[in-house]
Design a protein. Structure first.
Length: 136
């Protein structure tokens, strides 16, 4: 359990865990303020999909995910850009989630077409996205 807590993360995914093992983990993480969710194959209530999709919000890829019940965290934050490759600031990175969750996106720094990323202030060629999730 020390190793999980030391990660300092909000989401930890344990794969191929038996019911009894999950029950033990659940008992250990409860007093630490964490809550586990056990999902058998095909039984997930919620999904989070993250990625550098290299497509803008107007793309067919985003439209298909939205049509399948996914929303993305920073959709409501107008002007959010995550990359400025080819001297064009665009949103091409996403955190998609299903309606079982509520997302509160954290605003990213504003970037323009210049200076290109990475830069002195931003050490990567993409800005990291972060959001807080709650069960709906």
């Amino acid at each position: 359990m020390r190793h999980i807590v030391a990660l300092g993360t909000d989401v930890v995914c344990l794969q191929e865990v038996e019911d009894e093992t999950f029950a033990t983990v659940q008992q250990a993480i409860g007093p630490l303020g964490y809550r586990g969710h056990f999902a058998k194959e095909g039984g997930c209530e919620a999904w989070i999909i993250c990625g550098d999709l290299h497509v803008t919000p107007e793309s067919h890829v985003v439209a298909v995910l939205r049509a399948r019940g996914f929303d993305y965290t920073h959709r409501t934050l107008a002007g959010t850009s995550t990359c400025n490759a080819n001297a064009r600031a665009n949103m091409i990175d996403y955190v998609f989630y299903t309606e079982a969750l509520r997302a509160q996106p954290v605003a990213v720094p504003v970037i323009d077409d210049q200076p290109p990323l990475p830069s002195y202030d931003q050490p990567s060629d993409h800005l990291a996205l972060m959001a807080h999730f709650n069960w709906h």
